[in-house]
Design a protein around this ligand. Sequence first.
Ligand code: PRP
Ligand code: MG
Length: 214
Amino acid sequence: MNQEKLRIAIQKSGRLNEDSLKILKEAGISIDNGKEQLKATARNFPLEVMYLRNGDIPQYLRDGVVDIAILGENVLVEKGKDIIRGEKLGFSKCRVSIAVPKSMKYKGIQDLDEKKIATSYPNTVNEFLAKKGISAELHIINGSVEIAPNIGLADGICDIVSSGSTLFKNGLKEVEVMLKSEAVLAISPKISAERKAILEKLQFRLKSVLNART
Ligand code: PRP
Ligand code: MG
């Protein structure tokens, strides 16, 4: 008999990967370690795990290729506004912020007008600046954003800040916090009723884990 399974996307590598697997484990779900295979099946729960790139996950959820995911809220704000947000999971807390060189005399958001900003979060920055009536030129890059001001590519950057050490090491200071984020359960708008029933069982278990942690 082919038992119905819930499909979950987990970050393949990066900051969320370890804590995502840990919370599933604490929820009593054991997954064979097959990260290289990009797909694994839980042994004692109807769950299939797909290891995917962070930025690709919203599209998979939108298309219904995966039913749920553990993802940073920041990714949903940037490219998954149509994705359903479930429980906050309490880990991978960070901010999405604008930073400028320490040497810049920053007095307020108006100082960013007509400036160049390097970022991996163009939608988030655009929306934030538009609300404030500021126009800036965005340089979209996928990683190592903090190096941009030092190589003359931009006047400032917008990226994730967690400990703040990347900003510090690159001589930058955080000047605007655009949003605060943590890992959440993200749910496909196309999830079937059968899989939703499995999801409810998973959510029940996750809630007990979260309650026990506080
Ligand atoms: C992330 C993010 C920041 C940094 C923030 O980069 O893009 O650069 O972490 O963390 P911190 O405040 O604790 O220093 P990551 O190291 O994941 O690499 P990437 O930018 O190349 O993807
Ligand atoms: Mg980085």
